[in-house]
Design a protein around this ligand. Structure first.
Ligand SMILES: [Zn+2]
Length: 123
């Protein structure tokens, strides 16, 4: 293993150059980290605000549902619609319209599930 002076100089230049490039990359990464932390904080604040708005909206919806004249049949709520009832019932807990799937009615808010049934005959 001989020490060729040109090889040695080339090695020094390469290593010194790499250190400069690494510093540049580190500076870039630091800038990106600061930017992402700021973005994360902004999103967390936005999320908190949206959660508060959702709570308010759910409370408003529950209040609105309470003011309706629901009829209970088969453990779920049915909303009068003229002479008949709406075909989709409301969750007895959340008072929101339930989703019809297979032979079940499902509440998307509280996961209340019940067998599908028909609305009351007539109001
Ligand atoms: Zn529910």
């Amino acid at each position: 293993m001989s020490l060729n002076p040109l090889t040695l100089i080339e090695k020094v230049i390469t290593e010194h150059g790499s250190a400069a490039v690494q510093k540049t990359h580190l500076d870039l990464l630091k800038t990106q980290i600061v930017s992402l932390q700021s973005e994360r904080d902004q999103l967390a604040e936005e999320s908190a605000q949206l959660k508060m708005k959702l709570k308010e909206a759910e409370a408003n919806l529950a209040e609105l549902a309470k003011s309706e004249n629901f009829v209970t049949k088969s453990g779920i709520l049915w909303k009068p619609d003229g002479e008949r009832f709406e075909p989709i019932p409301y969750c007895p807990r959340c008072k929101v319209p339930m989703t019809s799937a297979m032979n079940k009615f499902i509440c998307c808010c509280c996961d209340f599930v019940t067998n599908k049934s028909r609305p009351p005959a007539k109001s």
